[in-house]
Design a protein around this ligand. Structure first.
Ligand SMILES: Nc1ncnc2c1ncn2[C@@H]1O[C@H](COP(=O)(O)OP(=O)(O)OP(=O)(O)O)[C@@H](O)[C@H]1O
Ligand SMILES: [Mg+2]
Length: 304
């Protein structure tokens, strides 16, 4: 096992890449440092990729992305023989084109399977075998043994129920799991400030308002899944460009609120998913949120 100072140093350096998330970094790092694979379960935009990027960067190893969907067959994950070369040369390990699983095993990287629960069952089984054995037998190539830093990290959205495989108890029993939720309001303001490089009175007001209305999309009764912090980031960036187009320079300008609403419709309407039973539209929901924010509770719009 690595000396404790090493993992503590890594934790500190990883934390420097992110706003908050100390607990998630600590638990994820503990799992992967223990040579274990892990499933990160949380809605979109909750730092899953950011944490894994930071850890793999610190470890100096590759992070290979795979999207779990019905097309992700075991052959896509493992790899295939180049058909033209097979015709000329017959099968050999030379003309084998490694898929992401083999590449991650050979290079000692993290194989990151997003939307894990959308992958077909035979693909999950291939993966579970590779995870258990840390080796895989590839026909006509031989047995590939994983480099020690190889890990499988899976992610899934707990609200996702379209085209998903219900993970069996035997799959769950082979995985460690960490649930990740949305961050609190100050942390989301910090993220949006960092990602938009917001600076100045107008931008600072936009960060506060964009984060507040984005968070409100997650609480609205007609909404099944609201927007992640990505919506707030885009809202600020789009609003800043709108402000240039409309020659608006101050949050005290009479046209400021309408500008925020316009930026909200562009950046948030596609990111909120209404309940099937709701007789509303994303635009109507956003108008309600906007009215609550600016008209019913204007105090919360004031910067602290
Ligand atoms: N804690 C954080 N610190 C800094 N930036 C963050 C943090 N969390 C999220 N972000 C930013 O928010 C965006 C979304 O985060 P990320 O890609 O990590 O989400 P995710 O959980 O992987 O989402 P998905 O499930 O949709 O892939 C990125 O632009 C990222 O930079
Ligand atoms: Mg991601």
């Amino acid at each position: 096992m690595a000396p404790t100072s090493t993992i503590v140093d890594t934790q500190k350096r990883v934390a420097a890449h992110l706003v908050g998330r100390e607990r998630e970094i600590e638990l994820t790092l503990a799992a992967v440092a223990a040579n274990r694979d892990i499933l990160l379960e949380g809605p979109p935009g909750t730092s899953k990729t950011t944490i894994l990027k930071a850890i793999t960067e610190e470890w100096g190893i590759p992070l290979l992305f795979v999207e779990g969907n019905a097309d992700l067959t075991p052959a896509k994950l493992v790899g295939h023989h180049n058909p033209a070369r097979v015709l000329r040369e017959d099968y050999s390990s030379d003309n084998f084109v490694a898929g992401p699983l083999i590449e991650a095993m050979q290079r000692g990287g993290f194989l990151y399977i997003e939307e894990f629960n959308r992958a077909p069952e035979d693909t999950l089984n291939t993966l579970l075998t590779a995870m258990a054995d840390r080796a895989i037998a590839v026909p006509r190539v031989g047995t590939i043994v994983a480099t020690p830093t190889f890990r499988v990290v899976a992610s899934m959205n707990p609200y996702d129920n379209v085209g998903t495989t219900r993970l069996s108890t035997s799959v769950h029993d082979r995985l460690n799991r960490l649930t990740i939720g949305y961050q609190d309001e100050p942390a989301e303001r910090g993220i949006v400030t960092l990602r938009t490089q917001a600076d100045g009175d107008l931008a600072n007001h936009l960060v506060i308002d964009a984060v507040s209305v984005t968070r409100a999309t997650r609480r609205h009764p007609d909404v099944r899944q609201g927007s992640s912090v990505r919506g707030a980031i885009d809202c600020v960036l789009v609003a800043l460009q709108l402000a240039l187009l409309r020659h608006l320079t101050s949050p005290l300008d009479d046209a400021y609120r309408e500008l925020v609403y316009d930026a909200m419709t562009v950046t948030l309407s596609g990111r909120i998913h209404l309940d099937e039973a709701a007789e509303s539209s994303p635009e109507r929901v956003l108008r309600e949120i906007w009215e609550d924010h600016f008209i019913l509770e204007p105090a919360i719009a004031e910067p602290g």
